[in-house]
Write a new protein. Sequence first.
Length: 184
Amino acid sequence: MENSGGIQASLAGRYARALFDLAHNNQALDSVSASLASVKAALAESDDLRTVTTNPMIGRKDAANAVSAVAKALKLDGLTSNFLAVLAGNSRLSQLPAIISAFAGLAATHRGEVTAQVTTAHPMDAAQTKALAAKLAAREGRSVAIESTTNPDILGGLIVKIGSQMIDNSLATKLNTLAIAMKG
């Protein structure tokens, strides 16, 4: 992910940049990254948490109380807990997924990594993820962090996005290409 004006132009990018700078200055990049990974996993698993972060009918005070309870339950570091409270107080919890993604990109750039967004039809296991990261690292010439999602609509294969490059090796795309070729 680019660390130039593009990431900072968005609202989520500005919040991510502010959190990154605070974490960097406090030498807490690893703990904040781990806490944000926990929040991301919790958002994926909990409908209630997603509702708290996306429902505009939930007031700032109730949202702040909810994220405080989540921070305690997930044992988040203090900086991330305070950051979530700020987001709740500013009614910006809806930006949380984008902020987490932007922060991950900034942290990866800081570590000299590039982030690959990988979409597969089925979840990859740890060995597959490690093998893919090694192949992509050899291709890119630097360390690659994988951010994976699943989408059963691609049927099989995978789609890899690294920066502005995309490698679409999905079965759905191959079938579409074959259908177009057969039409003549």
